[in-house]
Design a protein around this ligand. Structure first.
Ligand SMILES: [Zn+2]
Length: 173
């Protein structure tokens, strides 16, 4: 009897998890609705519609992989002055806090100044902004973001993957 109860409870929990995943991506399951979250706190950082490829000549290497259903998402490997390496994706918009003043020194994207970006909710380092232009009223500043892939959680529930279940366990239950 006890084992039956455990099996029934597990099955119910699994159904709830899968239903939660379905709700999380919306009824249409539209790829553009899918999101990348701060791995530390679950804050929504960006979504599939903002992914774009901006290849840098200063990347150590690059590859393409599927991110949020986009098959050809460019992922580039960079190394900083401390020999730390980061795999970055580039996006046009991100909900991050840009820290300090933008500088051109050692920029991974020539002609762009950079700033460190952190999660506005938990302060986790999530990558860098890359900025061009001036901040006066007559010139629209151009900004894109390089986000550290390893610091993001893929909220891609269509495949009912481990990350999705982990997200639901952490935030919905
Ligand atoms: Zn966070």
């Amino acid at each position: 009897m006890y084992s039956d109860f455990i099996s029934h409870t597990f099955a119910t929990l699994l159904i709830l998890l899968l239903y939660s995943c379905k709700v999380a991506v919306g009824q249409t399951g539209d790829i553009e609705d899918e999101e990348l979250l701060c791995r530390r706190c679950g804050h929504k950082v960006t979504s599939a519609e903002h992914l774009y490829s901006n290849k840098s000549p200063l990347a150590l290497s690059h590859r393409n992989d599927t991110i949020l259903g986009h098959d050809d998402t460019l992922i580039q490997l960079f190394q900083n002055a401390h020999e730390n390496r980061f795999e970055l994706i580039t996006v046009k918009q991100a909900d991050v806090y840009r820290h300090g003043v933008a500088v051109y020194d050692a920029s991974w994207f020539p002609s762009y100044a950079w700033r460190i970006t952190v999660c506005p909710r938990c302060g986790q380092h999530l990558g860098w902004s890359f900025e061009k232009g001036t901040e006066d009223h007559h010139s629209k500043k151009y900004v894109f973001y390089g986000l550290i892939l390893a610091d993001l959680l893929h909220k891609d529930c269509r495949f009912h993957n481990f990350n999705c279940i982990a997200y639901v366990l952490n935030h919905a239950m």
